[in-house]
Design a binder for this molecule. Sequence first.
Ligand code: GLN
Ligand code: ZN
Length: 761
Amino acid sequence: MASHVVGYPRMGPKRELKFALESFWDGKSTAEDLQKVAADLRSSIWKQMADAGIKYIPSNTFSYYDQMLDTTAMLGAVPDRYGFAGGEIGFDTYFSMARGNASVPAMEMTKWFDTNYHFIVPELGPNTKFAYSSHKAVTEYKEAKSLGVDTIPVLIGPVTYLLLSKPAKGVDKSFSLLSLLGSILPIYKEVIAELKAAGASWIQLDEPTLILDLEAHQLEAFTKAYTELESSLSGLDVLIETYFADVPAEAYKTITALNSISGFGFDLVRGTKTLDLIKTGFPSGKYLFAGVVDGRNIWANDLAASISTLEALETAVGKDKLVVSTSCSLMHTAVDLVNETKLDDEIKSWLAFASQKVVEVNALAKALAGSKDEAFFSSNAAAQASRKTSPRVNNAEVQKAAAALKGSEHRRATNVSARLDAQQKKLNLPVLPTTTIGSFPQTVELRRVRREYKANKISEEEYVKAIKEEISKVVKLQEELDIDVLVHGEPERNDMVEYFGEQLSGFAFTVNGWVQSYGSRCVKPPIIYGDVSRPKAMTVFWSSMAQSMTARPMKGMLTGPVTILNWSFVRNDQPRFETCYQIALAIKDEVEDLEAAGIQVIQIDEAALREGLPLRKSEQAFYQDWAVHSFRITNCGVKDTTQIHTHMCYSNFNDIIHSIIDMDADVITIENSRSDEKLLSVFREGVKYGAGIGPGVYDIHSPRIPSTEEIADRINKMLAVLETNILWVNPDCGLKTRKYGEVKPALTNMVAAAKLLRTQL
Ligand code: GLN
Ligand code: ZN
């Protein structure tokens, strides 16, 4: 019984690659320094997997930035603006594509399926010239070999590469990306030939797009591609790897019919239906790479349950053809539990990070082969049992309250236009009211105060004094700027999810549980391990303090349940929606406490609502239903006169506009500054939006200061589509990452633009 790992985190257990990259980019270290750190990381990963006993160890899953960009480099598909003259692509061109340089902006980045990882989107057109321009896959294979490890080189498959590309600027809309298949396959052939010559016996082609809702002609592209590659692949065993969901029946039929393929990898954690497909028919003589160890989460595998799944598969595909694997690359989970010094032993016994998952894969393979590590299995069973019954996980009261939510709509009794009238009587706001999204610049000084308070270096009294001063500064500034609805600036928060997670029961935090988000950027998601409850009020102290400083309305500022859920590692022992409902109830209590404390405007951020949208259409309605329901639960109990705002990041929400309306917030502010047209087109096409709406009037992700005219111009464009009395004027996201030198003039111009337009109405 063999074992396989789809891919491994690149950053290193303590983010070594991040620091090496950033130091190199800053000119503080040389290319050789960076290469050395990278080589050390690769060799320790290979050795670790070899020592653990993994048979199919991946290579070329390392990347200096991103695996899709690596593929673009391999194919030499460098957009013209980077002035690439041919030959082997070096750091200069590579990092210019990833991050831009002094004269050229970076290539676009987008989310890798439904993960929080972002890849660099290839830009292709009919004139793109392809040439074999990065030998990385072959170099890494040889590097591992020289260390005594025979690996399975991993490439992004040709069809997935094209399906995830976009047409370059100026390319005709009718251009089909798949028409480039014939142009890129010759390069794949060259790479494959070199890998073969270097001694590779297996090769892994990642084709995760197979799990999407593909059209017939897209599926045909797989047949075409792998038929054309057949002769170059002969003499080589080829694994087609899929992940993140089950493979639809049509796609399953298409790929299992391919002659040139020896093995198929499926995600059996998220793809529960794949199991039935396999049982009803799997091509004889082919290998099944069964992804039973979850690469997307941090939970220890339920080894006993996996063994029964694997045994059932053994019957279907044959003992010698079953390979135990991970559900996807382990790059989507944290690296090594060994470095967690602050988690207690009980919680640790429930967890497995990448390094531990490698051991699990191997233990499963060995157990199936008849040499079961009894001690390992029994301690795993004990941990599974303790997690099921632990009072830290189970809170009967919370479970009861969440169960009672089912079957109800949780909608505010009065409709939104009547509520807006009632609110306006109290708030008395001008037309085109101005506001901001929540955070103000987080200075070095502010970060130091929080850090020292956390480390018990300053007293609570000193901490409160410092934060109070900061809030007071932010309030005064907003009054000077003449903003209508104020915020307290969020100086007490380092992160909009962590801040709440730390105050809720059922959450745990790691010290090194980083996951790559893009390039050198990593995030450290909280772990939701138990039923969620709110021991005491979380924001009322600061919000009422801020409100006491001004006569203008001060927004209470909360993170919504769906965003907390989507930006955390979530329990796998109950459906996601149940966890979400529990968080919603905790936030509901907070909303009601804020209202009772006299806060009249409460913003509940759902920055990540769109992110949780399932990949497959068949699952989207269900998600939207419970996500939107969770949001409504948080505020269904407030008075008509209490104004509920929400905020969303990303401009890509045209497809969920009906869910947004169904959230029934009084006001929504949305990030849109890079795509006015796209957002406004929804309303132009007749979607009716009766609530308040503030499409961001300038981009806070850039240090650039927008002029009054420019902002006024954009507001005018919005006014052409939206009714005057529902439009709000605000930046497109929080100001946390900006400097005061940018924020002050930008907001000055924003308020001036709103005032200018009020005189013209
Ligand atoms: N209220 C948060 C802030 O202003 C919202 C951040 C976000 O949307 N990502 O920082
Ligand atoms: Zn935002």
